[in-house]
Design a protein around this ligand. Structure first.
Ligand SMILES: Nc1ncnc2c1ncn2[C@@H]1O[C@H](COP(=O)(O)OP(=O)(O)OP(=O)(O)O)[C@@H](O)[C@H]1O
Ligand SMILES: [Mg+2]
Length: 473
Protein backbone atom coordinates (compact mmCIF):
# COMPACT_ATOMS: atom_id res chain seq x y z
CA UNK A 1 0.00 0.00 0.00
CA UNK A 2 1.17 3.53 -0.69
CA UNK A 3 2.58 5.49 2.21
CA UNK A 4 -0.07 8.18 1.88
CA UNK A 5 -2.76 5.53 2.28
CA UNK A 6 -1.23 4.44 5.56
CA UNK A 7 -1.28 8.02 6.68
CA UNK A 8 -4.97 8.34 5.85
CA UNK A 9 -5.73 5.11 7.68
CA UNK A 10 -3.85 6.27 10.75
CA UNK A 11 -5.61 9.64 10.72
CA UNK A 12 -9.01 7.95 10.55
CA UNK A 13 -8.12 5.32 13.13
CA UNK A 14 -6.91 7.87 15.65
CA UNK A 15 -10.23 9.71 15.61
CA UNK A 16 -12.22 6.47 15.76
CA UNK A 17 -10.83 4.99 18.95
CA UNK A 18 -12.16 5.90 22.39
CA UNK A 19 -8.69 6.25 23.85
CA UNK A 20 -6.82 9.53 23.81
CA UNK A 21 -3.95 9.55 21.32
CA UNK A 22 -1.07 12.02 21.21
CA UNK A 23 1.83 11.70 18.80
CA UNK A 24 4.94 13.84 18.62
CA UNK A 25 7.68 13.78 16.02
CA UNK A 26 11.38 13.36 16.77
CA UNK A 27 11.62 16.98 17.91
CA UNK A 28 8.73 16.62 20.31
CA UNK A 29 6.34 18.56 18.10
CA UNK A 30 2.69 17.45 18.25
CA UNK A 31 1.53 15.88 14.99
CA UNK A 32 -1.62 14.16 16.22
CA UNK A 33 -3.86 14.92 19.20
CA UNK A 34 -7.28 13.39 18.91
CA UNK A 35 -10.69 14.55 20.12
CA UNK A 36 -10.76 11.96 22.91
CA UNK A 37 -7.49 13.27 24.35
CA UNK A 38 -8.60 16.89 24.03
CA UNK A 39 -11.84 16.04 25.82
CA UNK A 40 -10.04 14.20 28.59
CA UNK A 41 -7.44 16.86 29.25
CA UNK A 42 -9.75 19.79 28.44
CA UNK A 43 -7.08 21.25 26.22
CA UNK A 44 -7.62 22.76 22.79
CA UNK A 45 -6.16 20.71 19.98
CA UNK A 46 -4.66 23.86 18.49
CA UNK A 47 -2.65 24.42 21.66
CA UNK A 48 -0.90 21.10 21.16
CA UNK A 49 -0.64 20.46 17.43
CA UNK A 50 2.49 21.94 15.89
CA UNK A 51 3.78 22.83 19.35
CA UNK A 52 6.62 21.27 21.23
CA UNK A 53 5.52 18.99 24.02
CA UNK A 54 6.99 21.09 26.81
CA UNK A 55 5.39 24.24 25.44
CA UNK A 56 2.01 22.60 25.22
CA UNK A 57 2.31 21.16 28.72
CA UNK A 58 4.64 23.48 30.62
CA UNK A 59 3.57 22.11 33.97
CA UNK A 60 4.99 18.69 33.27
CA UNK A 61 8.50 18.32 34.53
CA UNK A 62 10.77 16.84 31.90
CA UNK A 63 12.10 14.10 34.10
CA UNK A 64 8.59 12.85 34.83
CA UNK A 65 7.41 13.07 31.27
CA UNK A 66 6.87 9.72 29.64
CA UNK A 67 7.07 11.45 26.24
CA UNK A 68 10.53 12.68 27.11
CA UNK A 69 11.54 9.19 28.24
CA UNK A 70 10.33 7.75 24.98
CA UNK A 71 11.99 10.34 22.75
CA UNK A 72 15.30 10.82 24.46
CA UNK A 73 15.88 7.49 26.11
CA UNK A 74 13.96 5.25 23.74
CA UNK A 75 12.24 3.88 26.81
CA UNK A 76 8.61 2.85 26.63
CA UNK A 77 6.25 3.33 29.57
CA UNK A 78 3.46 0.82 29.65
CA UNK A 79 0.12 1.08 31.40
CA UNK A 80 1.12 3.61 33.97
CA UNK A 81 -1.72 4.91 36.12
CA UNK A 82 -1.78 8.65 36.66
CA UNK A 83 -4.17 10.78 38.68
CA UNK A 84 -4.04 14.48 37.96
CA UNK A 85 -6.18 17.57 37.64
CA UNK A 86 -7.23 18.59 34.19
CA UNK A 87 -7.49 22.17 33.01
CA UNK A 88 -10.77 22.67 34.91
CA UNK A 89 -9.33 21.38 38.15
CA UNK A 90 -11.27 18.16 37.90
CA UNK A 91 -9.40 15.10 39.07
CA UNK A 92 -9.04 12.45 36.42
CA UNK A 93 -7.34 9.09 36.45
CA UNK A 94 -5.81 7.68 33.30
CA UNK A 95 -3.79 4.69 32.22
CA UNK A 96 -1.06 5.80 29.87
CA UNK A 97 1.27 3.97 27.57
CA UNK A 98 3.98 5.84 25.74
CA UNK A 99 6.25 4.19 23.20
CA UNK A 100 9.07 5.45 21.02
CA UNK A 101 8.84 4.64 17.31
CA UNK A 102 12.28 3.55 16.22
CA UNK A 103 13.35 3.24 12.59
CA UNK A 104 16.87 2.11 11.77
CA UNK A 105 17.92 2.72 15.34
CA UNK A 106 16.63 6.29 15.34
CA UNK A 107 13.65 7.58 17.27
CA UNK A 108 11.34 9.17 14.73
CA UNK A 109 8.29 9.74 16.89
CA UNK A 110 6.64 8.93 20.20
CA UNK A 111 3.07 7.78 20.64
CA UNK A 112 1.04 8.13 23.78
CA UNK A 113 -2.27 6.40 24.32
CA UNK A 114 -4.36 7.28 27.36
CA UNK A 115 -7.49 5.69 28.67
CA UNK A 116 -9.67 7.64 31.05
CA UNK A 117 -10.43 5.31 33.95
CA UNK A 118 -11.78 7.98 36.28
CA UNK A 119 -15.11 6.20 36.06
CA UNK A 120 -13.65 2.83 36.92
CA UNK A 121 -11.73 4.26 39.83
CA UNK A 122 -14.79 6.04 41.12
CA UNK A 123 -16.80 2.89 40.64
CA UNK A 124 -14.42 0.87 42.73
CA UNK A 125 -14.46 3.64 45.30
CA UNK A 126 -18.24 3.50 45.32
CA UNK A 127 -18.27 -0.24 45.70
CA UNK A 128 -15.85 0.00 48.57
CA UNK A 129 -18.00 2.63 50.19
CA UNK A 130 -21.01 0.43 49.80
CA UNK A 131 -19.24 -2.50 51.36
CA UNK A 132 -17.96 -0.54 54.25
CA UNK A 133 -21.35 1.02 54.73
CA UNK A 134 -19.64 4.37 54.91
CA UNK A 135 -22.90 6.21 54.72
CA UNK A 136 -23.46 9.73 55.65
CA UNK A 137 -25.56 9.43 58.75
CA UNK A 138 -24.41 12.69 60.18
CA UNK A 139 -26.62 14.30 62.71
CA UNK A 140 -27.31 17.94 62.23
CA UNK A 141 -25.04 20.01 64.40
CA UNK A 142 -25.52 23.66 63.62
CA UNK A 143 -22.72 24.83 65.90
CA UNK A 144 -20.13 22.87 64.06
CA UNK A 145 -21.18 24.06 60.63
CA UNK A 146 -20.12 22.16 57.57
CA UNK A 147 -18.38 19.00 58.55
CA UNK A 148 -16.96 15.94 56.99
CA UNK A 149 -19.21 12.95 56.64
CA UNK A 150 -17.87 9.57 57.76
CA UNK A 151 -17.30 8.88 54.06
CA UNK A 152 -14.95 11.84 54.02
CA UNK A 153 -17.22 13.94 51.83
CA UNK A 154 -17.58 17.58 52.75
CA UNK A 155 -21.01 18.45 53.96
CA UNK A 156 -22.35 21.71 52.60
CA UNK A 157 -25.16 23.95 53.78
CA UNK A 158 -26.64 27.18 52.43
CA UNK A 159 -24.12 29.12 54.54
CA UNK A 160 -21.42 27.81 52.22
CA UNK A 161 -23.10 29.21 49.11
CA UNK A 162 -21.71 32.66 48.35
CA UNK A 163 -23.23 35.14 45.97
CA UNK A 164 -25.41 38.24 45.97
CA UNK A 165 -25.98 38.70 42.28
CA UNK A 166 -29.77 39.19 41.99
CA UNK A 167 -30.30 36.34 39.57
CA UNK A 168 -28.15 34.02 41.67
CA UNK A 169 -29.89 35.10 44.90
CA UNK A 170 -33.21 34.15 43.35
CA UNK A 171 -31.90 30.69 42.58
CA UNK A 172 -30.75 30.31 46.19
CA UNK A 173 -34.19 31.37 47.40
CA UNK A 174 -35.78 28.76 45.20
CA UNK A 175 -33.43 26.12 46.58
CA UNK A 176 -34.32 27.11 50.14
CA UNK A 177 -37.97 26.64 49.28
CA UNK A 178 -37.12 23.26 47.81
CA UNK A 179 -35.54 22.28 51.12
CA UNK A 180 -38.91 22.88 52.74
CA UNK A 181 -40.73 20.31 50.66
CA UNK A 182 -40.14 16.86 49.32
CA UNK A 183 -40.44 17.15 45.55
CA UNK A 184 -37.83 16.01 43.05
CA UNK A 185 -35.28 18.63 42.08
CA UNK A 186 -33.61 19.07 38.74
CA UNK A 187 -30.44 21.16 38.77
CA UNK A 188 -28.75 22.55 35.69
CA UNK A 189 -25.39 24.25 35.86
CA UNK A 190 -22.05 24.13 34.06
CA UNK A 191 -19.19 22.32 35.74
CA UNK A 192 -18.05 24.01 38.96
CA UNK A 193 -21.14 26.18 39.42
CA UNK A 194 -22.05 24.52 42.71
CA UNK A 195 -24.58 21.81 41.84
CA UNK A 196 -23.31 19.54 44.61
CA UNK A 197 -23.34 22.48 47.00
CA UNK A 198 -27.00 23.17 46.21
CA UNK A 199 -28.01 19.51 46.35
CA UNK A 200 -26.43 18.98 49.76
CA UNK A 201 -27.79 22.24 51.11
CA UNK A 202 -31.30 21.24 50.06
CA UNK A 203 -30.90 17.88 51.76
CA UNK A 204 -29.36 19.16 54.98
CA UNK A 205 -31.97 21.88 55.40
CA UNK A 206 -34.91 19.61 54.77
CA UNK A 207 -36.73 17.15 56.95
CA UNK A 208 -34.66 14.27 55.61
CA UNK A 209 -31.50 15.81 57.05
CA UNK A 210 -30.88 13.04 59.54
CA UNK A 211 -31.21 10.40 56.89
CA UNK A 212 -28.56 9.49 54.32
CA UNK A 213 -27.46 11.74 51.49
CA UNK A 214 -25.87 9.71 48.74
CA UNK A 215 -24.41 11.05 45.50
CA UNK A 216 -23.77 9.02 42.41
CA UNK A 217 -22.35 10.28 39.17
CA UNK A 218 -24.11 8.37 36.41
CA UNK A 219 -21.26 9.02 33.99
CA UNK A 220 -18.78 7.44 36.39
CA UNK A 221 -20.05 3.90 36.18
CA UNK A 222 -19.95 1.60 33.16
CA UNK A 223 -23.48 1.33 31.85
CA UNK A 224 -23.69 -2.36 32.56
CA UNK A 225 -23.00 -1.86 36.26
CA UNK A 226 -25.13 1.19 36.92
CA UNK A 227 -28.39 -0.67 37.29
CA UNK A 228 -26.89 -2.97 39.93
CA UNK A 229 -25.37 -0.04 41.78
CA UNK A 230 -28.68 1.81 41.86
CA UNK A 231 -31.09 -1.03 42.52
CA UNK A 232 -28.86 -3.69 44.05
CA UNK A 233 -28.08 -7.21 42.91
CA UNK A 234 -29.05 -10.72 43.88
CA UNK A 235 -26.64 -13.57 44.09
CA UNK A 236 -25.96 -15.16 40.73
CA UNK A 237 -27.73 -12.52 38.68
CA UNK A 238 -24.46 -12.13 36.81
CA UNK A 239 -20.95 -13.43 37.25
CA UNK A 240 -19.62 -12.53 40.63
CA UNK A 241 -22.82 -10.85 41.76
CA UNK A 242 -23.67 -11.02 45.42
CA UNK A 243 -26.74 -10.10 47.41
CA UNK A 244 -26.32 -6.42 47.89
CA UNK A 245 -28.54 -3.45 48.48
CA UNK A 246 -28.28 -0.72 45.87
CA UNK A 247 -28.11 3.00 46.44
CA UNK A 248 -31.90 3.34 46.51
CA UNK A 249 -32.16 1.01 49.47
CA UNK A 250 -29.18 2.60 51.15
CA UNK A 251 -30.59 6.09 50.72
CA UNK A 252 -34.00 5.02 51.94
CA UNK A 253 -35.62 7.86 53.84
CA UNK A 254 -32.97 10.25 52.55
CA UNK A 255 -31.81 11.83 49.31
CA UNK A 256 -30.13 10.37 46.27
CA UNK A 257 -28.22 12.80 44.10
CA UNK A 258 -27.95 11.52 40.54
CA UNK A 259 -25.24 13.57 38.87
CA UNK A 260 -25.12 13.76 35.09
CA UNK A 261 -28.37 11.88 34.76
CA UNK A 262 -28.18 12.21 30.99
CA UNK A 263 -25.28 9.74 31.03
CA UNK A 264 -27.66 7.05 32.25
CA UNK A 265 -28.55 4.58 29.49
CA UNK A 266 -31.93 5.35 27.92
CA UNK A 267 -33.47 2.04 28.99
CA UNK A 268 -32.38 2.52 32.55
CA UNK A 269 -33.91 5.99 32.52
CA UNK A 270 -37.29 4.41 31.91
CA UNK A 271 -36.73 1.92 34.72
CA UNK A 272 -35.85 4.82 36.98
CA UNK A 273 -39.03 6.59 35.97
CA UNK A 274 -41.04 3.52 36.89
CA UNK A 275 -39.35 3.33 40.27
CA UNK A 276 -40.17 6.97 40.93
CA UNK A 277 -43.78 6.45 40.00
CA UNK A 278 -44.27 3.24 41.92
CA UNK A 279 -41.92 3.80 44.87
CA UNK A 280 -40.45 0.34 44.92
CA UNK A 281 -37.39 -1.24 43.40
CA UNK A 282 -36.44 -4.70 42.34
CA UNK A 283 -32.83 -5.83 42.65
CA UNK A 284 -31.15 -7.00 39.45
CA UNK A 285 -31.97 -10.69 39.14
CA UNK A 286 -34.42 -10.50 42.03
CA UNK A 287 -38.14 -11.08 42.10
CA UNK A 288 -39.12 -9.21 45.25
CA UNK A 289 -40.45 -5.66 45.20
CA UNK A 290 -38.78 -3.59 47.88
CA UNK A 291 -40.52 -0.35 48.89
CA UNK A 292 -38.27 2.71 48.90
CA UNK A 293 -38.79 6.32 49.86
CA UNK A 294 -36.02 8.39 48.33
CA UNK A 295 -35.93 12.00 47.29
CA UNK A 296 -34.17 12.43 43.96
CA UNK A 297 -32.05 15.38 43.02
CA UNK A 298 -30.78 15.09 39.47
CA UNK A 299 -28.17 17.25 37.78
CA UNK A 300 -27.04 17.97 34.25
CA UNK A 301 -24.34 20.28 32.96
CA UNK A 302 -25.94 20.98 29.62
CA UNK A 303 -29.40 22.49 29.15
CA UNK A 304 -32.09 19.82 29.47
CA UNK A 305 -33.79 20.84 26.23
CA UNK A 306 -30.60 20.16 24.32
CA UNK A 307 -30.08 16.82 26.03
CA UNK A 308 -33.63 15.82 25.16
CA UNK A 309 -33.11 16.86 21.58
CA UNK A 310 -29.90 14.85 21.39
CA UNK A 311 -31.73 11.80 22.70
CA UNK A 312 -29.68 11.67 25.90
CA UNK A 313 -32.44 12.50 28.34
CA UNK A 314 -35.92 10.98 28.26
CA UNK A 315 -38.49 13.74 28.25
CA UNK A 316 -40.89 11.72 30.44
CA UNK A 317 -38.21 11.25 33.09
CA UNK A 318 -37.26 14.91 32.83
CA UNK A 319 -40.84 16.05 33.44
CA UNK A 320 -41.11 13.72 36.42
CA UNK A 321 -37.87 15.07 37.95
CA UNK A 322 -38.22 18.71 37.04
CA UNK A 323 -40.82 19.51 39.69
CA UNK A 324 -38.44 22.06 41.12
CA UNK A 325 -36.03 23.50 38.61
CA UNK A 326 -32.80 25.08 39.73
CA UNK A 327 -30.70 26.68 36.99
CA UNK A 328 -27.43 27.95 38.39
CA UNK A 329 -25.91 30.81 36.40
CA UNK A 330 -22.34 30.38 35.23
CA UNK A 331 -19.73 32.57 36.86
CA UNK A 332 -19.25 34.70 33.78
CA UNK A 333 -22.92 35.64 34.05
CA UNK A 334 -22.36 36.99 37.55
CA UNK A 335 -18.96 38.62 37.48
CA UNK A 336 -20.34 41.17 39.96
CA UNK A 337 -20.00 38.43 42.60
CA UNK A 338 -16.25 38.15 42.07
CA UNK A 339 -15.21 40.60 44.83
CA UNK A 340 -17.33 38.77 47.39
CA UNK A 341 -16.25 35.31 46.25
CA UNK A 342 -12.59 36.32 46.12
CA UNK A 343 -12.78 37.68 49.64
CA UNK A 344 -14.47 34.57 51.05
CA UNK A 345 -12.01 32.23 49.36
CA UNK A 346 -9.17 34.42 50.56
CA UNK A 347 -10.42 34.10 54.13
CA UNK A 348 -10.82 30.35 53.82
CA UNK A 349 -7.39 29.68 52.37
CA UNK A 350 -5.64 32.22 54.61
CA UNK A 351 -6.69 30.05 57.50
CA UNK A 352 -5.68 26.86 55.75
CA UNK A 353 -2.19 28.06 54.86
CA UNK A 354 -1.65 30.21 57.96
CA UNK A 355 -1.20 33.36 55.85
CA UNK A 356 -2.18 36.91 56.68
CA UNK A 357 -3.50 38.40 53.50
CA UNK A 358 -6.14 40.88 54.50
CA UNK A 359 -7.50 42.04 51.20
CA UNK A 360 -7.57 41.67 47.46
CA UNK A 361 -6.28 44.69 45.54
CA UNK A 362 -8.52 46.55 43.12
CA UNK A 363 -6.17 45.61 40.31
CA UNK A 364 -6.47 41.95 41.19
CA UNK A 365 -10.27 42.17 41.30
CA UNK A 366 -10.27 43.87 37.94
CA UNK A 367 -8.11 41.16 36.48
CA UNK A 368 -10.29 38.45 38.02
CA UNK A 369 -13.32 40.08 36.46
CA UNK A 370 -11.78 39.91 33.00
CA UNK A 371 -11.95 36.25 32.43
CA UNK A 372 -14.68 33.86 31.38
CA UNK A 373 -14.09 30.95 33.83
CA UNK A 374 -14.87 27.78 31.90
CA UNK A 375 -14.41 25.99 35.24
CA UNK A 376 -16.69 28.48 37.03
CA UNK A 377 -16.48 28.98 40.82
CA UNK A 378 -14.24 25.94 41.24
CA UNK A 379 -11.72 27.55 38.93
CA UNK A 380 -11.90 30.91 40.71
CA UNK A 381 -11.35 29.20 44.03
CA UNK A 382 -8.35 27.34 42.62
CA UNK A 383 -6.83 30.61 41.41
CA UNK A 384 -7.22 32.24 44.82
CA UNK A 385 -6.02 29.15 46.63
CA UNK A 386 -2.91 29.05 44.51
CA UNK A 387 -2.21 32.75 45.03
CA UNK A 388 -2.59 32.45 48.79
CA UNK A 389 -0.36 29.42 48.98
CA UNK A 390 2.34 31.24 47.00
CA UNK A 391 2.21 34.46 49.03
CA UNK A 392 5.02 35.30 51.43
CA UNK A 393 4.53 37.96 54.02
CA UNK A 394 2.41 40.39 52.03
CA UNK A 395 -0.95 41.49 53.38
CA UNK A 396 -2.54 42.34 50.05
CA UNK A 397 -3.24 39.92 47.29
CA UNK A 398 -2.23 41.74 44.13
CA UNK A 399 -2.68 40.84 40.50
CA UNK A 400 0.98 39.92 40.33
CA UNK A 401 0.43 36.72 42.26
CA UNK A 402 -2.62 35.71 40.25
CA UNK A 403 -1.73 32.80 38.09
CA UNK A 404 -4.60 33.07 35.65
CA UNK A 405 -4.84 30.71 32.71
CA UNK A 406 -2.91 32.06 29.81
CA UNK A 407 -4.29 35.16 28.20
CA UNK A 408 -4.27 33.29 24.92
CA UNK A 409 -6.88 30.96 26.26
CA UNK A 410 -8.90 33.75 27.76
CA UNK A 411 -8.96 35.51 24.44
CA UNK A 412 -10.34 32.49 22.67
CA UNK A 413 -12.03 34.97 20.39
CA UNK A 414 -9.64 37.90 20.16
CA UNK A 415 -11.57 40.97 19.15
CA UNK A 416 -11.37 40.05 15.54
CA UNK A 417 -10.63 43.00 13.36
CA UNK A 418 -9.00 40.61 11.03
CA UNK A 419 -9.11 41.67 7.42
CA UNK A 420 -8.49 39.06 4.81
CA UNK A 421 -5.69 41.02 3.18
CA UNK A 422 -3.42 40.21 6.11
CA UNK A 423 -1.75 36.78 6.24
CA UNK A 424 -3.09 34.75 9.15
CA UNK A 425 0.32 34.03 10.65
CA UNK A 426 1.16 37.72 10.75
CA UNK A 427 -2.11 38.47 12.45
CA UNK A 428 -1.60 35.68 14.98
CA UNK A 429 1.92 36.89 15.67
CA UNK A 430 0.58 40.36 16.35
CA UNK A 431 -2.00 38.96 18.77
CA UNK A 432 0.69 36.89 20.51
CA UNK A 433 3.00 39.89 20.76
CA UNK A 434 0.23 41.96 22.30
CA UNK A 435 -0.58 39.30 24.88
CA UNK A 436 3.06 38.85 25.79
CA UNK A 437 3.66 42.56 26.07
CA UNK A 438 0.63 42.89 28.30
CA UNK A 439 1.80 40.08 30.59
CA UNK A 440 5.32 41.49 30.68
CA UNK A 441 4.01 44.85 31.80
CA UNK A 442 1.70 43.30 34.38
CA UNK A 443 4.63 41.31 35.75
CA UNK A 444 6.56 44.55 36.15
CA UNK A 445 9.16 43.33 33.71
CA UNK A 446 9.86 40.19 35.71
CA UNK A 447 10.38 37.49 33.08
CA UNK A 448 9.88 34.52 35.38
CA UNK A 449 6.62 35.90 36.68
CA UNK A 450 5.35 36.79 33.22
CA UNK A 451 6.22 33.28 32.05
CA UNK A 452 4.28 31.89 34.98
CA UNK A 453 1.27 34.02 34.13
CA UNK A 454 1.36 32.89 30.53
CA UNK A 455 2.05 29.31 31.59
CA UNK A 456 4.99 28.99 29.27
CA UNK A 457 8.62 28.25 30.02
CA UNK A 458 10.92 31.09 30.91
CA UNK A 459 13.18 30.27 27.96
CA UNK A 460 10.22 30.27 25.63
CA UNK A 461 9.17 33.69 26.83
CA UNK A 462 12.69 35.01 26.50
CA UNK A 463 12.79 33.76 22.96
CA UNK A 464 9.47 35.41 22.14
CA UNK A 465 10.43 38.71 23.78
CA UNK A 466 13.41 38.75 21.50
CA UNK A 467 11.40 37.74 18.47
CA UNK A 468 8.89 40.55 19.00
CA UNK A 469 11.47 43.11 20.09
CA UNK A 470 9.70 43.68 23.39
CA UNK A 471 11.47 45.48 26.23
CA UNK A 472 14.83 45.77 24.56
CA UNK A 473 15.43 42.01 24.70
N1 LIG B 1 -21.69 29.81 45.11
C1 LIG B 1 -20.64 29.22 45.63
N2 LIG B 1 -20.13 29.64 46.79
C2 LIG B 1 -19.05 29.04 47.33
N3 LIG B 1 -18.38 28.03 46.78
C3 LIG B 1 -18.83 27.56 45.61
C4 LIG B 1 -19.98 28.11 44.98
N4 LIG B 1 -20.18 27.44 43.85
C5 LIG B 1 -19.22 26.51 43.78
N5 LIG B 1 -18.39 26.58 44.84
C6 LIG B 1 -17.22 25.76 45.09
O1 LIG B 1 -16.77 25.28 43.84
C7 LIG B 1 -16.43 23.92 43.89
C8 LIG B 1 -17.27 23.14 42.92
O2 LIG B 1 -18.62 23.07 43.36
P1 LIG B 1 -19.52 21.81 43.07
O3 LIG B 1 -18.76 20.56 43.27
O4 LIG B 1 -20.78 21.98 43.83
O5 LIG B 1 -19.77 22.04 41.49
P2 LIG B 1 -20.58 21.14 40.48
O6 LIG B 1 -21.53 22.05 39.78
O7 LIG B 1 -21.16 19.96 41.17
O8 LIG B 1 -19.44 20.74 39.45
P3 LIG B 1 -19.30 19.41 38.53
O9 LIG B 1 -20.33 19.55 37.43
O10 LIG B 1 -17.92 19.53 37.99
O11 LIG B 1 -19.53 18.23 39.40
C9 LIG B 1 -16.61 23.49 45.33
O12 LIG B 1 -15.36 23.55 45.96
C10 LIG B 1 -17.54 24.51 45.91
O13 LIG B 1 -17.28 24.72 47.26
MG1 LIG C 1 -20.82 17.88 40.93
Amino acid sequence: MKAEYYKKIIDALIELVDEGVYIVDKDGIGTHYNEAMAYMEKVNKEDVLGKKFHEAFPDFSMSESTMFRALKKKAPTLKQQQTYKNFYGKEITTINSTVPIIVNGETVAAVEVAKDITSIRQMSDTLLELQEGALEHVLEDKEKGPALTPGGIRRYTFDDIYGQNPQFAQVVERAKKAAGNDASVFIYGETGTGKELFAQSIHYHGKRRNMPFIAQNCAAIPETLLEGILFGTTKGSFTGAVDRAGLFEQANGGTLLLDEISAMPYDLQSKLLRVLQESYIRRVGGSRDIPVNVRIIATVNEPAEELIEQGKLRPDLYYRLNIINISIPSLKERLDDIPLLAERFLEKHNKRFGKEIWMVSDGAIKRLQHYDYPGNVRELENIIEQAVSMADKEHVLTEKVLNMPSAARKLKQPEIDYTSNQPLDEYMAAVEARIIKDAFIRANGNISRAAEMLQIKRQTLQHKLKKYHIAGQ
